[in-house]
Design a protein around this ligand. Structure first.
Ligand code: NAP
Length: 242
């Protein structure tokens, strides 16, 4: 599709990957709405990028319903969802806490489902749409102490495949982007217990992915003519120093 025709709702658009995506798509002429829970960063990002925002928690069905409805009203249409809101609960198996584990699934999986569900209703009605789920290389491989987060991202990949099969007859392209490590607030927002986090030097950070590379990937996926689509894209830093 032509990026100038994109009318996109980006969840978690007030930070990191979502914000970089909002910026790039806006610069390329798309209509963009961001959402998140933090009013202050939403307001600040919306002002910075000259776009609109809707405050919504993706785990709350009534708020997601309102968010999708308002996005349609504000942009006079909606044809793309970037399902990006999420965080990581990192824990050793033997330390996993049931409520934190459940909350992890609530945001990364139920949240993504509710956003896709509300958007898909509209996309089916108009017989067109795009859903881009932000997975992770944790959708493809497990790693020690990361099983709660990995479980959500493997689950998301299964949902992407299922929604893709279900929605293709309605001209809806369901795609997934799997970033490896990206230098955002993700590591600061991790929920974990007793897991030490490596602090990267500035030189190390400069070799790792930024939100911009993921934004570029999302824009490229959308740009292909609607006749076809790339189902999944995995993004690595070329030569990260750790
Ligand atoms: N950074 C990485 O290394 C990396 C690698 C692979 C995949 N990812 C994935 O990329 C996505 C974005 O992460 P990021 O790196 O950009 O991290 P980030 O900077 O921490 O951004 C996370 C975003 O999610 C939003 N969010 C979290 N819970 C929410 C909820 N319940 N309702 C609505 N919004 C919610 C946050 O906004 P509020 O706090 O305002 O709600 C924030 O905008 C996540 O799905 C993450 O799993 C990240």
């Amino acid at each position: 599709m032509n990026i100038k025709d994109v009318k996109v709702l980006i969840t978690g658009g007030n930070s990191g990957i979502g914000k970089a995506t909002a910026k790039l798509l806006k610069e390329k002429g798309a209509r963009v709405i961001i959402s998140g829970r933090n009013e202050a960063t939403l307001k600040q990002t919306a002002k910075e990028l000259n776009i609109d925002y809707i405050r919504a928690d993706v785990t709350k069905e009534d708020q997601v319903h309102f968010m999708v409805d308002q996005a349609k009203v504000k942009m006079n249409g909606l044809n793309t969802l970037v399902n990006n809101a999420g965080y990581g609960y990192i824990s050793k198996l033997i330390d996993i806490e049931a409520d934190k584990f459940t909350d992890q699934f609530k945001t990364n999986i139920l949240g993504a489902t509710l956003c896709a569900k509300e958007s898909a209703k509209h996309f089916i009605d108009q017989d067109y749409g795009n859903i881009i789920n932000i997975g992770s290389t944790s959708s493809l491989k497990g790693s020690p102490t990361a099983s709660p987060y990995v479980a959500t991202k493997f689950a998301l990949r299964g949902m992407t495949e299922s929604w893709r099969n279900e929605l293709r007859p309605h001209n809806i392209r369901v795609m997934q982007v799997n970033p490896s490590e990206v230098m955002t607030s993700f590591s600061d927002n991790r929920v974990d217990k007793n897991i030490s986090q490596k602090k990267y030097t500035e030189a190390e950070q400069n070799t790792k992915l930024r939100g911009e590379e993921i934004a570029h990937t999302i824009s490229s996926l959308l740009e292909m003519d609607d006749r076809g689509f790339i189902t999944e894209a995995t993004v690595f830093a070329t030569n990260p120093k750790t």
